[in-house]
Design a protein around this ligand. Structure first.
Ligand SMILES: [Zn+2]
Ligand SMILES: [Zn+2]
Ligand SMILES: [Zn+2]
Ligand SMILES: [Zn+2]
Length: 461
């Protein structure tokens, strides 16, 4: 066994027995002994440290890949300085209550901080490092906080932290008489958390392209990054007005049939918009009005499938099927439309949406993302329902059903391969367990099909 571009392995790279040593450069390659590490080095050095830490002019300190990284490849394997729950994440690990102050806080019946409790816990964990793990604390405070920039450019962010986190920690938790914690320090920690924290999975992280709202359009992604990470994104996708040919930041041209209106200069929000197909020009203010109108309605959109379908219909004269608002609605519809529907047309509708979204993800985010997992789950279930509807009474239907089941298995396995990396106790982990059970059922049905087939064949002879 040699070290190629591997997915996380717990045993020694050479002999697979439980490993006690690891490569000091990347911490990823594991070995049982020095001998096996030396033996593997010639092979491993090609993949050791597939990224470098660089300080770049726009994004600051960041990881830069030294070569293309494959989906699922482990790029970092180390313990985080501290962990905590993100209050905005749809799902993350349950809180690990291991610091006495957290236990105290969890028992408080009324918490003025409300949804900021999760953030307070993170900050307290960080302060705990200051007292108990000075080496780790040094690492934490060496990180970028953008505290001053935030204070001047985002006064609402600063006030929010002042009222909900600083005051809470200082006065409610009575840290005010502790001389080693001051307010500026807590603000710094809030900034450090916002700038540097990222979503950790059991096995590695997604790349940047996948991390930030892959289904939203360039303006939204850029303003999100500008607010949370304090930089203006110049990645390939943001710089390309067609967004790799997906036309997610495009509107319908009114001068030709189904023409795609895109901004002429992605880096200048005031530049004209041009039809990609008929070259008709439109002023930026006109497009801004259109966007504002759709955005307002989008924000008030109801939660039912009917309301969503009505929205798509209502704006179909200005919105393309690829416009990010339409895509986000289709993503919601994908989850809302039932997959145990007995009407073939309804299942087909759901399957079409899933396939469109999967194609989009293949272009925008080919890595192992949650969005991809959710699409594969729904697609796999659609295929299985098709198989059920086909039945097994007639030979041709049976063959068709079998091929649907095989494709269902393929999609569900792809989803499971992503969900299996989620931490235990989360919604995504539970979904993975459910998919595992569904796969067992599918395999049973497939085995049954094969037995039936063999019976018919032998019967014929
Ligand atoms: Zn070994
Ligand atoms: Zn290494
Ligand atoms: Zn970007
Ligand atoms: Zn046009």
């Amino acid at each position: 066994m040699s070290s190629g571009n591997r997915i996380a392995v717990a045993g020694c790279y050479i002999c697979n027995v439980p490993a006690t040593k690891c490569c000091s450069k990347c911490s990823i390659a594991k070995y049982c002994s020095r001998e096996h590490q030396l033996q593997d080095w010639k092979e491993h050095k090609k993949n050791c440290q597939i990224f470098e830490v660089k300080v770049l002019p726009i994004v600051g300190r960041s990881l830069v890949a030294k070569r293309n990284i494959e989906a699922g490849e482990v790029i970092i394997d180390e313990l985080p300085l501290f962990t905590g729950e993100s209050s905005s994440a749809s799902s993350s690990s349950p809180l690990f209550v291991f610091i006495y102050t957290c236990v105290l806080m969890m028992n408080i019946p009324y918490v003025p901080g409300g949804k900021y409790v999760a953030r307070c816990i993170c900050i307290l964990r960080c302060l705990w490092l200051k007292r108990n793990e000075p080496e780790k604390w040094k690492h934490v405070v060496s990180m970028e906080s953008h505290a001053e920039t935030r204070r001047h450019l985002q006064p609402e962010f600063w006030r929010m932290n002042q009222n909900n986190i600083v005051q809470f920690i200082r006065y409610y938790l009575k840290f005010h008489d502790m001389t080693d914690v001051d307010e500026a320090e807590i603000h710094d920690l809030c900034g450090i958390w916002n700038t540097n924290a990222f979503d950790v999975r059991n096995a590695g992280i997604e790349n940047l392209r996948g991390l930030f709202q892959p289904l939203s359009h360039t303006l939204a992604r850029r303003s999100h990054l500008e607010f949370s990470k304090i930089f203006f994104c110049h990645c390939q996708r943001c710089e390309d007005p067609t967004e790799f040919g997906t036309f997610m930041t495009a509107w319908k041209c009114q001068a030709c049939d189904d023409g795609r209106l895109i901004i002429s200069d992605a880096n200048d929000p005031n530049s004209d918009w041009v039809c990609y197909d008929c070259k008709n020009k439109v002023e930026s203010s006109t497009v801004k009005d259109i966007e504002q109108k759709v955005k307002t309605h989008f924000a008030q959109l109801g939660k039912t499938a009917q309301e969503m379908e009505a929205f798509l219909e209502k704006f179909s004269r200005i919105m393309l099927p690829t416009t990010s608002y339409a895509i986000q609605i289709k993503y919601a519809l994908m989850e809302l439309l039932p997959s145990d529907e007995n009407d073939q047309i309804e299942i087909q509708k759901k399957e079409d949406i899933c396939k469109e979204l999967l194609n989009l993800m293949n272009v925008l985010c080919p890595g192992l993302t949650r969005v991809r997992a959710m699409i594969c789950v729904q697609l796999g279930r659609c295929q299985r329902q098709f198989a059920t509807l086909l039945g097994s009474n007639e030979k041709n239907a049976q063959v068709a059903a079998q091929s649907k089941l095989l494709s269902s298995r393929e999609f569900l396995e792809e989803a499971l391969n992503i969900l299996i990396k989620e931490p235990e106790g989360t919604h995504f982990y539970d979904l993975g367990k459910q998919i595992q059970a569904e796969l067992v059922e599918i395999n049973d049905t497939l085995a049954h099909h094969i037995i039936l087939e063999n019976c018919t064949t032998t019967g014929g002879v």
